[in-house]
Design a protein around this ligand. Structure first.
Ligand SMILES: Cc1cc2nc3c(=O)[nH]c(=O)nc-3n(C[C@H](O)[C@H](O)[C@H](O)COP(=O)(O)OP(=O)(O)OC[C@H]3O[C@@H](n4cnc5c(N)ncnc54)[C@H](O)[C@@H]3O)c2cc1C
Length: 398
């Protein structure tokens, strides 16, 4: 089907801008974390300058106000040009921005959104050692003392926290019977005294996320999003961003990266290997289907027709297809992939190191809500199957 003329024009504009501006040698240069993050920062600022960093923001922001179809064109062209995906700033431009846009006061929006466009980096402080899938169980405590909240506790798995300036912080402000009711949502400056950040070293050498400790940290009450006790509702805006637009971009990225598999098939002399070609064809179909699902889901969401469970379906599908994608790359490289040293920050399919990318693909079975939890949502809330027992614990599964 022919593309609408205005989309064709946009595509040509984006393509020619990318030809002139996209970094070409970033994969080879990204061999150490410092270079990787410099490339990330420079590329983000370049995108802001070009007006392509935040197409999903409202129109008053530079490059904002794009329709879903226009955003897709931009994502597709970025994927085609194999530009670095914005791993350092995705929490800022997606999760932080959408939460602040939905819940922030005019003052908070005027303070934080322009700063994001200048490169201020956010991280997300929701999970705790005893509260991940069961986010309602968070224990990090914020006690109101006059004009400030005094926060003590621990967060974990905060992506890029060691590079971040600010944190979306979910805290407990009271001990209600319904655990969600006692939560509040704070915007926290990570330079505030009493905060220590400890990166977590992963099996493949990355330090993608951190533990963040809060010891009597004073956060002004003016930095609260929503009312006291409304934190759970505010957090839904952040979580919904995690399971929405991000997945459209990621799926388009995967589709754009299919050329890497095709090239590997050619370079490893497998063009007449019927089994590999069959798997490639099946994967291409699944990748296309994932993109279509993400697109359809967002169309429903924008029209206010989102049904419970749809976000879980696309999240579950993406994580499965990503694993198949990276596994095929790994199979094609065969023993070659074993020689690669772990390199830099991953993200599922970013490094070009199939072993690292395959291992990273498992992160997507957990991040943004684990596969098991998505299956629970689909079975209980979409298909109407019986709910899990209230006092079920992981020990019961053994
Ligand atoms: C790449 C990545 C990035 C992340 N980034 C951030 C971030 O920036 N900020 C942040 O706050 N958090 C982040 N997280 C944390 C993430 O949100 C949690 O890891 C996730 O919610 C799961 O929580 P948990 O690790 O505590 O596991 P648990 O909740 O302890 O679960 C352990 C296992 O039990 C299963 N399980 C749990 N409950 C049920 C149930 N009711 N039924 C069936 N099975 C169940 C889970 O599926 C899982 O397999 C990130 C995680 C990853 C992997």
């Amino acid at each position: 089907m022919a593309e609408a003329p205005e989309l064709e024009t946009l595509r040509a504009e984006v393509r020619s801008w990318l030809d002139a501006n996209a970094p070409k040698t970033w994969r080879a240069e990204s061999v150490d974390s410092e270079a990787f993050f410099r490339i990330q920062r420079d590329w983000f600022l370049k995108l802001v300058e070009g007006g392509y960093a935040v197409p999903h923001w409202p129109a008053q922001w530079p490059g904002g106000g794009k329709s879903l179809a226009e955003q897709k064109v931009i994502y597709e062209e970025m994927a085609r040009a194999d530009t670095p995906r914005l791993l350092l700033s995705f929490v800022s431009t997606y999760h932080a921005a959408s939460t602040i846009l939905e819940w922030g006061s005019k003052e908070q929006q005027a303070l934080y959104l322009p700063a994001i466009l200048k490169g201020e980096t956010w991280c997300q402080g929701f999970s705790e050692p005893g509260a991940g899938s069961d986010l309602a169980a968070i224990r990090t405590r914020a006690e109101r003392r006059g004009d400030v909240y005094v926060v003590s506790g621990q967060k974990i798995w905060s992506t890029v926290a060691q590079y971040a300036d600010k944190c979306l912080l979910l805290v407990r402000t009271s001990q209600e019977k319904v655990k969600q009711a006692g939560q509040s949502f704070l915007l926290c400056d990570l330079k505030t005294p009493g905060i220590s950040i400890r990166p977590i070293n992963q099996i493949h050498g990355d330090e993608e996320f951190c533990e963040v400790f809060f010891d009597e940290v004073e956060i002004p009450v003016t930095e609260r999003l929503g009312e006291e006790g409304q934190g759970w509702a505010v957090a839904q805006a952040t979580l919904s961003s995690e399971r929405g637009l991000t997945l459209l971009e990621l799926s388009e990225r995967m589709r754009g990266a299919m050329w890497r598999i095709a090239k590997l098939i050619r370079d490893t002399g497998r063009l007449d290997d019927a089994g590999i070609l069959r798997d490639f064809g099946a994967l291409a179909t699944k990748v296309d289907a994932t993109c279509a699902m993400a697109d359809q889901f967002l169309t429903w969401r924008i029209a206010g027709e989102e049904q419970v469970g749809q976000a879980s379906l696309i999240k579950l599908t993406y994580s499965r297809v990503l694993r198949e994608f990276t596994l095929l790359g790994l199979r094609l490289e065969d023993m070659e992939s074993q020689y690669h040293l772990p390199i830099t920050f991953g993200g599922g399919m970013e490094t070009g190191n199939w072993m690292a990318d395959f291992m990273n693909s498992y992160a997507w079975t957990i991040a943004g809500g684990s596969d098991e939890v998505q299956r629970n949502i689909i079975s209980e809330r979409m298909l109407g199957m019986p709910r899990e027992p209230k006092n079920w614990t992981l020990g019961d599964a053994a």
